[in-house]
Structure formats: structure tokens, C-alpha cells
Design a protein around this ligand. Structure first.
Ligand code: GLC
Length: 544
């Protein structure tokens, strides 16, 4: 299936649209908003998990892979959504959380009863109650092992303690998971996103990590490529679009995951470019964005993937990340320009764009100022860890407000009415504090809106094969204030030129753009040709 010229729109169902008035988004809500997504021009929707789940991690803790969590609706609602999506030509991509299940999953429940067959579905190790088998850390804070007194064993959980890691060494586990893929494929699903798929293969022996938190033992682990090839072959993944979420991965591995000859995945999400505001690589230590590093990382990944036949998923936002305009752009006077500039910069590169709900209207961070407003398990855990480590309440809240995953989880802003038109009922999580005036309704028919701009970008990708198929070359690499690249395909050339700053910048741009014409930009006209200057956060696209 061709995945190079598509655009994917990501939906976080809990916060997208509430169809039944209980304050929680649902499948009926998605169905009712598919026309909106169609209007934007997206070809696929990726919906994060709506399967049966105790919702400890908002659905990434699955207790039944084949059932719908009642809060989101029924299988009939799912079928109705599929029908509507099909009628609009929108492919549906589902989120497969295969590294772990909820501890409420039947398999884990049987394991807890001491059933040997099911204990082997998970990673249990002996050990004394006061000493976990290794010092590995959970990604949500604390040790990654949980003790089960009546079994006198520990089980591994790289995420929350209610998310037990599956034992991929066990062929029965792999076969169960392939069945899950077949089940959803038969229901007409056209794509899969694989959650943290590069941590599924654990080492043969478990040992303490004397220099880190354990991740070096299981990240891009020993058999991960073997397992992905098997999944690809046995579940017929060549018939669908697949994307793997790769935690702390390497370029070399992403080439292997996504080079078509390897027959593993269509493309990968990697996160290095979203860590450029982490001090010492620590998400909970703030530092201003290092634009130099951002540029270097994007360039390295673009060039490295192209050279070796890999394929990137292009994205700024998702349900785990703060809002891009708050993070890399400007939430004040240049809100609109910077939101458009960031989209131009990212989505015309080589790869497949993933637009996250609300990004297309420039939604901002949550701006919460009390811990009671947060819902995310990771944020709540880290609030405790940070205050215990000596930060004052105020300092800890400041860190959380910058880094919390809830920044991307506030209700989608549809209108300027009550609850931003997301629901008639008070939503499960509060609106962004800075939501007034930023909504889909105001933007759909406004030609100068962020929405209209995204729409033009999506259209441009479809109409100009140089974007999906062309090669990429970076210009002005040494300049920190500018992001610029040239796409080329059989004599066709496109230049994308972006000002990363709130200042006017100048350069010999005109010489590069000579003989080309302006296709689009985020200011009504361009001064580039005449003055050789770029206005604050200006983005322009030229083509020969
Ligand atoms: C991924 C998901 C995230 C989830 C985690 C554990 O990173 O995107 O939301 O918490 O995996 O499943």
C-alpha cells in the first residue's frame, strides 16, 4: 500500500468529540467529525486505543484487545464509524499496544492464579520481597518490577505497574497478537500503529544497569527485528500501513525497521527532535529549546533515512507531547505565523505527516496551575517524585505544566461555546486555559486561518510528487535562525525556507530562489525576492 503520499490525522478519542453527552469523547463523536477531517484532506485517521481497559493509562492498558471500552461505545458504533470512513475514503489505523497488557487482562489474571501457562505470557522472576530482580526504572517513575506476595515472584512493567510486559519469547504470545491483528484487519482496518514496539525484546539474562535505568538492555532489543519480520509475514502487514513507535531508538535500527526490503514496518516515529528542551536528556529538567540541536537532528534523520532507504513519520505533536506552538513557536503576537511556519517546516520534508487533533487550529498547552487539574498517571507520579526530590510545590508544578502529557489531551476546541463545543457536559479534563477564540468553527471558513493553511499544505503534498518522492538537501545548515531545504525530483525543485525566530532575518535567499515562483507562505505576500529578508516566523515555499 502506498504510504508515501498520505497524510494521517491522529485522534485521541477521549478528548476529540463527545457524542453521547457524558463528558468523555467517543466513537460516535469521531463518526460525526469525519467530515471535518475529510475537509482537511487527511487520508487516514490513527485512533489511539479505545479497547476494553481500566483506563489507568487512558487505554494503553488493554484488558481485552477485541472489545470496545463501554465509555467509548460499542462494536456497532465502531462498525458505523468504519462505514462512514470508507464512504469518505479515509483509512482507519488502530493502535496496537503489544509490549504489555493491563493487569486486568484475562491472561494476567490467570497468571496471578498461578497458572503456569499464563505466567509464561509475562515476565516473572524470583526474588526476595525487598529486592527487585534488577534496578531497572519504570518509564513512569519508580522500579520496573512489582512483587506478587502469594506467588513470591516479581513481574516486569516498563510502564505503570498495571501494565505488565508480555513475554515475546513465548511463541503463544506472538500467535495471540497476530490473531488480534487479523481480527481488526477483517473488520476493514487499513493500518496499525505499534505502541513502543522497539522495547518488546528483552535480554536473555536480566542484570542490574550500573550506568543507566535499564533501557540499554531492551531498547531495539536482541530479537526485535526477528519478531517484526514474523509479524509482517504471518499477519499480512504488507496489505496495510504500519508505523512503529520507537522509544530512545537509533537511526541504524529505524533504517532496518522501515527499509521495505526488510519487510518489517512502513515507517517509524522517533523522538530525538522532541528532546531538545530536555536538560541532560532528562524530560523533567527544563531548558530552553536548543534550535541548533533541533536542526542537526532533523537533518541527520532525514539524510540518514533517505540514504539507507528508510521512511520517517513526520510529527511535532501527539497525545504524549506538549503543544508545538507553545514549545517551539510563539503563543503571543506570532501565534498564527509560528503555527503555520512549524507545519511548513515539518510536513514538506521526506516522510509521512501525522497531524495531531487541534494542531491544525493552533491549540496551545493546558496552562494548568494546580495538580488537581491533571489526569495523566505519568504527571501525577512525577509530581510526587519532583516534590520528594526537593522541588517546591510551585517549582514542581512549573515543570509539570511544561512537560505534562495532559498538555496535548485537553478537549478539542470545536466552537467558542460552552466546553469549546466538545460536550454539553463538564469534560473529564479541563479545557486549555488559553482556549478562547481558538476553535475549528472560527477557522474553517477563514482563508487566513491555521486550518486553511494546513489544508493547503496537505493538498500541496498530494499534487506535487516532489514532496512524497523527491530527495532532500539542506541549506543554511550553519545558521541557527533559519531552517531551509530543497526537494528535488526529475528536474522539479522545491525550496522551503523558514525563519525560526521572532526577529526579521536576512540572507542571500534571492539568489537561491531566482527563476522559481512562490507557491505558498504564511504571510500574505513575500518580501524574499525583493528585500532578501524573512519576517518573524515567516515560511515560504518556492518551486521551479
Ligand atoms: C506510548 C504511548 C503512551 C503510553 C505508553 C505505554 O508511549 O504513546 O501514551 O503511555 O506507550 O503504553
Amino acid at each position: 500500500m502506498n504510504f508515501k503520499n498520505i497524510t494521517v490525522y491522529q485522534i485521541y478519542p477521549k478528548s476529540f468529540y463527545d457524542g453521547n453527552g457524558d463528558g468523555v469523547g467517543d466513537l460516535q463523536g469521531i463518526t460525526r467529525k469525519l467530515d471535518y477531517i475529510h475537509n482537511l484532506g487527511a487520508d487516514f485517521i490513527w485512533i489511539t486505543p479505545f479497547f476494553r481497559s481500566p483506563q489507568r493509562d487512558n487505554g494503553y492498558d488493554i484488558s481485552n484487545y477485541r472489545e470496545i471500552e463501554p465509555m467509548y461505545g460499542t462494536m456497532a458504533d465502531f462498525d458505523a464509524m468504519m462505514e462512514k470512513a470508507n464512504s469518505l475514503g479515509i483509512g482507519v489505523m488502530l493502535d496496537m499496544v503489544f509490549n504489555h497488557t493491563s493487569t486486568e487482562h484475562e491472561w494476567f489474571q490467570k497468571a496471578l492464579q498461578g497458572d503456569k501457562e499464563y505466567m509464561d505470557y509475562y515476565i516473572f522472576r524470583d526474588g526476595s520481597p525487598d529486592e527487585p530482580p534488577t534496578n531497572w526504572q519504570s518509564k513512569f517513575g519508580g522500579n520496573a518490577w512489582e512483587y506478587v506476595p502469594h506467588l513470591k515472584k516479581w513481574y516486569l512493567h516498563l510502564y505503570d505497574k498495571t501494565q505488565a510486559d508480555l513475554n515475546w519469547e513465548n511463541p503463544k504470545v506472538r500467535s495471540e497478537l497476530k490473531d488480534v491483528l487479523r481480527f481488526w484487519k477483517q473488520k476493514g482496518v487499513k493500518g496499525f500503529r505499534f505502541d513502543v514496539i522497539n522495547v518488546i525484546s528483552k535480554p536473555e539474562y536480566f542484570e542490574n544497569d550500573t550506568i543507566g535505568d535499564g533501557r540499554r538492555f531492551y531498547t531495539d532489543g536482541p530479537k526485535v527485528h526477528e519478531y517484526l519480520k514474523e509479524l509482517h509475514r504471518d499477519a499480512g502487514l504488507d496489505e496495510v500501513v504500519t508505523v512503529g513507535e520507537m522509544s530512545s531508538t537509533s537511526l541504524e535500527n529505524c533504517v532496518r525497521y522501515t527499509n521495505p526490503e526488510e519487510k518489517e514496518l512502513s515507517m517509524s516515529f522517533s523522538f530525538h527532535h522532541l528532546k531538545v528542551d530536555y536538560r541532560d536528556g532528562d524530560k523533567w529538567k527544563l531548558q530552553p529549546v536548543d534550535y541548533r540541536k533541533l536542526k542537526d537532528l532533523l537533518e541527520t534523520w532525514q539524510l540518514g533515512m533517505e540514504e539507507n532507504g528508510g521512511w520517517n513519520a513526520l510529527f511535532w505533536c501527539n497525545h504524549d507531547q506538549p503543544r508545538t506552538v507553545s514549545r517551539f513557536g510563539d503563543t503571543g503576537v506570532y501565534w498564527k505565523q509560528s503555527a503555520k511556519m512549524l507545519a511548513t517546516l515539518m510536513y514538506l520534508m521526506r516522510g509521512t505527516p501525522y497531524i495531531y487533533q487541534g494542531e491544525e487550529i493552533g491549540m496551545k498547552n493546558a496552562g494548568f496551575n494546580s495538580i488537581q487539574q491533571y489526569r495523566d498517571v505519568e504527571s501525577l507520579n512525577y509530581y510526587k517524585i519532583l516534590t520528594q526530590s526537593g522541588l517546591s510545590d510551585k517549582e514542581a508544578l512549573h515543570v509539570i505544566s511544561e512537560r505534562s502529557r495532559d498538555n496535548g489531551r485537553t478537549p478539542m476546541q470545536w466552537t467558542d461555546g460552552d466546553y469549546a463545543g466538545f460536550s454539553h457536559h463538564e469534560p473529564w479534563i479541563g479545557l486549555s486555559e488559553d482556549s478562547k477564540g481558538i476553535c475549528a468553527e472560527n477557522q474553517i471558513n477563514d482563508e487566513d486561518s491555521i486550518f486553511a493553511y494546513f489544508k493547503s499544505l496537505v493538498k500541496l503534498r498530494k499534487e506535487n510528487p516532489v514532496i512524497a518522492d523527491g530527495s532532500i538537501e539542506f541549506m543554511y545548515s550553519e545558521r541557527e535562525d533559519i531552517f531551509c531545504y530543497r526537494r528535488s525530483l526529475e528536474g522539479r525543485e522545491m525550496i522551503v525556507l523558514c525563519n525560526l525566530t521572532a526577529d526579521t532575518v536576512s540572507g542571500d535567499f534571492a539568489s537561491h530562489l531566482a527563476g522559481m515562483s512562490r507557491l505558498m507562505g504564511n504571510y500574505p505576500d513575500s518580501s524574499v525576492h525583493s528585500g532578501g529578508e524573512l519576517r518573524p516566523y515567516e515560511a515560504v515555499v518556492y518551486q521551479n
